[in-house]
Design a protein around this ligand. Structure first.
Ligand code: GTP
Ligand code: MG
Length: 196
């Protein structure tokens, strides 16, 4: 799919503030600093559409973007950043859960995982929670430019094995690098297949 237009709609602090719409929507979740906002910029090919930062905790609101005038991307706050207060972390987590559970037009969640790390407890909790609640999601490995091909293959194999301990059927996986511009076409084709 070709992106002809990408426009920031607005930011919202609460689920109830988000405008209801019927456009197909795709949300990005994952730990703080995993590369959610960067991936949105890669997909849309607009460098500063979503604000990124080298320090975690950048995105603290729900950010909606209108793509090609007929579907939406959602940038969500990062999970689990230690320097954000405990209350704030709980608040973000509740906000994200509410969004994923209640958003009627949400078609699929992209769960981002730093390809350098082993499965993290909080990520696994969210994956299991989405699975239990039948929220459609895919797994997207980020920052693969930081690993050798061999190490990446090993990490992905291990990740899948760990997930298999909990789930018989695994979700779809994508491999991305916002730095090296990898994986964007596969993701856009996937999004298009769902919208169609
Ligand atoms: P929060 O908004 O805090 O939740 O973070 P985020 O998940 O939106 O991460 P963001 O996109 O802001 O990226 C965090 C840092 O990682 C930035 O310094 C990015 O430049 C860097 N980064 C993101 N994706 C990649 C990647 O594919 N490769 C490399 N090398 N760096 C990346
Ligand atoms: Mg962000």
């Amino acid at each position: 799919m070709k992106i002809n237009s990408a426009k920031f709609i607005s930011s919202y602090a609460k689920f109830s503030d988000c405008p209801k719409n019927k456009l197909p929507e795709f949300a990005f979740v994952g730990r703080s600093n995993v590369g959610k906002s960067s991936l949105i910029n890669l997909l849309t090919n607009v460098k500063k559409l979503a604000k990124t930062s080298s320090s975690p905790g950048k995105t603290q609101l729900i950010n909606l973007f209108l793509i090609n005038k007929y579907w939406c991307l959602v940038d969500l706050p990062g999970l689990g950043y230690a320097k954000v207060s405990k209350e704030k972390r709980k608040e973000f987590s509740a906000l994200i859960n509410e969004y994923l559970l209640k958003r009627q037009n949400l078609c699929c969640v992209f769960m981002l995982i730093d390809s350098r790390l082993e499965i993290q407890k909080n990520d696994l909790n969210l994956i299991n929670w989405m699975g239990t609640n039948e929220i459609p999601f895919v797994i997207t490995f980020t920052k693969v430019d930081k690993l050798s091909k061999k190490k990446l293959e090993e990490n992905i194999k291990k990740y899948k094995e760990d997930l298999h301990k909990h789930w018989e059927e695994l979700p779809r996986f994508f491999i991305t690098s916002s730095k090296k511009k990898l994986g964007n076409e596969e993701i856009l084709d996937f999004i298009k297949s769902i919208i169609d």
